[in-house]
Design a protein. Structure first.
Length: 374
């Protein structure tokens, strides 16, 4: 007999600071002016190009993003700095990633009617890890008082959906009874805020998901996982060369390639058809049609991209009721985006309704989770 696996709780930690597009653009433009003044003679003799101003209208039209939450705001907006200012913590203090993960976890566990002691597997699945080891997941395991084991995993923007599949498989295999999967995304530290092409893209957040067998679940809000499907295909169009060999290679730690870089247009063009056909194939394998899906909780990178994926799937324009948007408020939060959408936009669904959580991002990586409200 196969085990019925459910998502029995979700949680979110939302940082207190907001950066609006207007604030972001003002700071970028001040930075550009400072740079242009600094290199005025190079610009005059043609050996360097002047930086051009960013603007709010472009950002909103190109992406749909209106603001983002960040863990630290002053450093990001300081035109002489342009990255967050985090105070280093000692080895005996909880790390920042573990701290926000524990906060999101607390909410998810409460929603599931569980405590940390019920958890026997912790997955910290995120696009960036703040250190090599010990695993953040093990620190989180200790912080919430969980037993069992934990490990970190990284599949960039698809870290959450890939994490949910690992959780589901562990429950089915009997290697875990209750899995906490967290996605602490401190994207403000991997974003190049000095690059006009991408300075508006990301925001910080942490999401948490509790996965367990239906037989142990007591939550009033349970979502049966009907199936999961993962796919990857190599691409350099979203890339970050930061890594432990940087100093051994005598490369500049602050070089442009050590932070998030992308060919946005190419990503848009290539990933839309991949995501649409991935979801369609997954649904077909479960004898479901895209038109009958009540809600799509899609990856939140670009409004136009989501609209096109949906148009390919259901052959019509759909609104927020079918595919809720959260990136206007949160921006792109890497792996957490589709989970935020699921967390914030599911309470109106009825028993029997089917939905799809789907992420797409660097790798390329695509993950879909088909769920049914019990
Ligand atoms: N302000 C004003 N103009 C800007 C600007 C800014 N902040 N950033 C770029 N521009 C300019 C460009 O220089 C370019 O000018 P040009 O036409 O004179 O060369 C023009 O606007 C268009 O730039 P482009 O980068 O082609 O914009 P776009 O329409 O492709 O939108 C993205 C950019 C990033 C929003 C969009 O490509 C995207 O979201 N792609 C998908 C990305 C994705 O899903 N990534 C996954 C990440 S995890």
């Amino acid at each position: 007999m196969t085990t019925t696996v459910v998502i029995s709780g979700t949680g979110i930690y939302q940082p207190e600071h907001i950066i609006t597009n207007a604030e972001l653009v003002e700071s970028y433009n001040a930075y550009a002016d400072l740079q242009n003044a600094k290199y005025a003679s190079d610009i005059a003799n043609g050996s360097r190009e002047a930086l051009t101003h960013s603007n709010v209208a472009f950002i909103e039209k190109a992406s749909g993003i209106k603001q983002r939450y960040v863990l630290e705001k002053e450093g990001v907006l300081d035109p002489t700095r342009m990255y967050p200012r985090f105070t280093p913590r000692g080895n005996d203090e909880l790390s920042l990633m573990a701290e926000i993960a524990a906060k999101a976890a607390e909410q998810a566990l409460a929603a599931a009617g569980k405590t940390g002691a019920d958890v026997d597997m912790v997955l910290c699945s995120s696009a960036n890890m703040q250190r090599a080891y010990p695993a953040m997941a093990i620190e989180i395991q200790q912080a919430i008082g969980a037993g069992g084991f934990g490990f970190d995993m990284n599949v960039a923007c698809s870290s959450a959906t890939f994490g949910i599949e690992q959780a589901v498989n562990a429950i089915k295999a009997g290697t875990a009874k209750c899995v906490l999967m967290v996605n602490p995304e401190i994207t403000s530290a991997h974003l190049e805020w000095r690059d006009r092409d991408c300075h508006f893209i990301f925001g910080d957040v942490c999401t948490a998901v509790v996965v367990e067998a239906a037989s142990t679940a007591t939550s009033v809000d349970q979502w049966e996982v009907l199936g999961t499907k993962l796919a990857t295909q190599f691409s350099n169009n979203i890339r970050n060369n930061f890594g432990f060999m940087n100093s051994a290679e005598d490369t500049e730690p602050d070089a442009r390639d050590k932070k998030f870089q992308q060919e946005g247009r190419k990503v848009f063009k290539e990933v839309v058809p991949m995501a649409a056909s991935h979801i369609e194939t997954h649904l077909a394998s479960l004898d479901r049609a895209p038109q009958n899906v009540r809600r799509y909780w899609l990856h939140q990178a670009n409004l136009g991209m989501n609209q096109l994926v949906l148009k390919k799937l259901v052959d019509r324009e759909v609104g927020n009721d079918i595919a809720p948007l959260i990136l206007d408020e949160y921006a792109n939060t890497a792996s957490a985006g589709s989970v935020i959408a699921f967390h914030a936009h599911r309470s109106d669904l009825q028993a029997g309704d089917v939905g799809v959580i789907c992420s797409f991002g660097a790798g390329y990586s695509i993950g879909s989770v088909v769920v049914k409200k019990l």
